[in-house]
Design a protein around this ligand. Structure first.
Ligand SMILES: [Zn+2]
Length: 393
């Protein structure tokens, strides 16, 4: 029973926020489990920024708040500050730059790697990597089931509000600089001063988002993402009993996924030369819902390898598992660290009918809610993926 493994880890370690002693304990727990099946196991340490995601949200929302005040003092500042914060948001989320991390507190985190060599050992052997992450997230009240469907609206309202502030500030700045043709008035009031209510509504939305996503309390993170770790241990067991012919299998449990894929980024950076001829099948929250394979992660602009997606679909078909390829509009996964560097990667994820994973970042994310059947199916899928890749070599 795989779900037993999740209960065991949760009993022994509990919540595992990034960079914490508990996260480290979980890494070594997984290392020992892997060690029962292969002698080639290691823990790789790296520096993480535990609250990078929270810092980013705080930074964008507070600079928005300050900018609304600055509009009444000097509109050039309410133009430049939001532009800067949106640029930082874009570079961090879409380009993987860690700009704010330079000013934030750091901690140590760990990746765990287990390697299974094929029968026909060869330095050029294709690698197939399966992965998940063992850190757990901080509680996000907004991610509770009853609020989930409002998240896109809340984010869109906030972003629209910031852009409207930039727009209004720009024209107000021109007016103050003497461009009188921009000086439109309604009942003696500047149209820009009247329109300021639009960014104020957006600001309300942004503050609501911030206060309902940034907290200090870590959740258990059973589905997110010990479900995948349980499958990795199941895979280790299977691989110890039956070696592959020519594909080298790596099982990797990343640390510090939650603050912005820190573990997988460090892993790719460190191993890039060994990963040229590889596929990554990452797993996220596979313990509940229908499995999908990701073609893209829209909110970070990652477009995954169609070859990797095809392999997963082919493997699913061979085992009569129903899997759809799909795109997620919100959130990112460790596969995007690989995709960003031109490696062939994708993620398998369990979702509800609206393409949203279950329990993420909430109190409901406990071992009791992970379904054994899901874990078994995911393992079956992974074993089938190995067969498909073996035939391709
Ligand atoms: Zn996760």
């Amino acid at each position: 029973m795989f779900s037993e493994l999740i209960f065991e880890l949760v009993r022994e370690v509990g919540p595992r926020p990034p960079g914490s002693v508990a996260e480290k304990k979980a890494a070594y727990w997984i290392m020992h489990k892997f060690g029962e099946y292969t002698p080639e196991v290691k823990v790789e340490k790296f520096q993480t920024c535990p609250r990078a995601l929270q810092n980013l949200i705080d930074f964008v929302v507070y600079s928005y708040l300050v900018s609304v005040f600055l509009y009444f003092i000097q509109p050039i500042f309410s133009l430049l500050l939001p532009l800067t914060s949106l640029l930082i948001l874009y570079l961090t989320r879409f380009k993987g730059m860690e700009i704010l991390d330079k000013f934030a507190s750091k901690a140590e985190s760990q990746n765990v790697i287990a390697i299974f060599k094929p029968v026909r050992e060869n330095r050029e052997a294709r690698k197939l990597i399966f992965s998940g992450h063992h850190d757990s997230a901080y509680f996000m009240p907004l991610f509770q089931k009853k609020y989930l469907r409002f998240i896109p609206l809340i984010i869109k309202t906030a972003i629209f509000g910031i852009f409207s502030l930039i727009f209004i500030s720009f024209f107000k700045f021109l007016v103050l600089e003497g461009f009188s043709f921009c000086n439109i008035k309604i009942f003696n009031y500047s149209i820009y001063d009247l329109l300021i209510y639009v960014p104020l509504v957006g600001l309300g939305s942004a503050l609501f988002f911030k206060f309902n996503t940034v907290t200090n309390v870590p959740v258990i993170g059973a589905n997110d993402n010990l479900s995948s770790i349980a499958v990795l241990i199941g895979l280790a067991d299977a691989l110890s009993r039956k070696k592959t012919e020519k594909t080298e299998i790596w099982l990797v449990s990343f640390g510090s996924e939650e603050p912005g894929l820190k573990g997988s980024r460090r892993f790719v950076k460190k191993h890039i030369d060994e990963l040229r001829n590889s596929y990554l099948v990452n797993m996220e929250m596979v313990g509940k819902g229908d499995l999908i394979v990701l073609r893209a992660e829209k909110s970070v602009g990652a477009k995954h390898s169609s070859e990797a997606v095809k392999i997963v679909l082919e493997a699913a078909e061979k085992t009569n598992l129903k899997i759809k390829d799909s795109i997620i509009g919100f959130g990112d996964t460790d596969a995007s660290s690989f995709t960003r560097k031109g490696l062939k990667a994708t993620t398998v994820m369990g979702v509800n009918k609206n393409n949203i994973p279950f329990y993420a970042h909430t109190w409901e994310d406990k071992p009791e809610n992970v379904e054994e059947k899901n874990l078994q199916e995911t393992l079956k899928l992974c074993l089938s993926i190995i067969e498909v890749v073996e035939k391709r070599n």
